[in-house]
Design a protein around this ligand. Sequence first.
Ligand code: CMP
Length: 136
Amino acid sequence: MSNLEQTLSIIKPDAVERNLTEEIKKIFNKNSLNIKDSKKLHVTKDEAAEFYRVHQSKPFYNDLCAYLSSGPIVVMILEGENAISTYRKLMGATDPKDAEENTIRKLYGLSIDKNSVHGSDSLENAKKEINFFFKN
Ligand code: CMP
């Protein structure tokens, strides 16, 4: 049975800075994740704090918000069959040193903070995250 989903992707500042956006978009296309919408923006620290609010009790929260707001990012809506799990597999483990070969984080991630990409972890969060960046 078909299970068409949408998920949110963020190309983080470390990857945008190294001009990896087009390479990463090619990976999405090769893996049947269609880019439905895409924009480049630079969030404020307050916006990053709101986006990552689920992590507010974590010790890394402050650094995470400072990092996401440190430079331009590219946010995209990806659509495809089982897009949420497909994209999470393609990203690889959060820490690039634990990520499998040929995953985006293994190929491009620099550290657990500068791990090049973000992806929604559930259908509920995908809806919230898409709405956060692509409100009509
Ligand atoms: P992301 O998928 O964007 O979601 C939250 C981010 O927090 C995660 O990627 C990491 O870049 C960052 N982070 C920093 N430290 C940790 C940690 N110890 N565990 C999980 N995520 C971390």
